[in-house]
Design a protein around this ligand. Structure first.
Ligand SMILES: [Zn+2]
Length: 135
């Protein structure tokens, strides 16, 4: 039984994570610049009569989006750390209690899932069961 991913595989995962980090950074940058622009346009159009309520809710929405994206960014960076310390791709449930882990490639989270969700800390089945409090 394979206990952890090979150096070569970890390198692949790392590249995938770095790519996602760039993507998310890009999205945050886009939201940030759109927020600034829309505020400027708004101010010019409406002059003194602008409705502060409308504007702030738009800004809030953008901030919400940004904070969600930054959470994702934090998790991706944690994933990078797990690659460095060698624990990346090992199911968290398995680490708590090997008997409870439902992963097919126990203790490893499947490769497909890690490419799809690089910040995953549990296998799909383990995550679902954990959410339902079954394990
Ligand atoms: Zn598992």
């Amino acid at each position: 039984m394979k206990k952890k991913y090979s150096v070569k595989e970890l390198k692949e995962f790392k590249e995938n994570i770095l790519e996602k980090i760039y993507e998310v950074n890009d999205q945050i940058e886009t939201v940030r610049s759109t927020t600034n622009n829309s505020r400027n346009i708004f101010m010019e159009d409406k002059g003194e009569d602008f409705d502060e309520g409308t504007e702030s809710s738009e800004v809030e929405k953008s901030f919400f989006l940004m904070s969600r994206e930054s959470d994702y960014l934090v998790n991706l960076k944690k994933a990078l750390q797990r690659i460095e310390d060698g624990s990346y791709g090992i199911c968290e449930v398995y680490q708590e209690d090997p008997d409870k882990c439902q992963c097919l490639e126990k203790p490893l989270i499947s490769k497909e899932r890690l490419i799809e969700v690089p910040n995953a800390t549990k296998g799909v089945l383990c995550k679902e069961k954990k959410n339902l409090n079954l394990i």
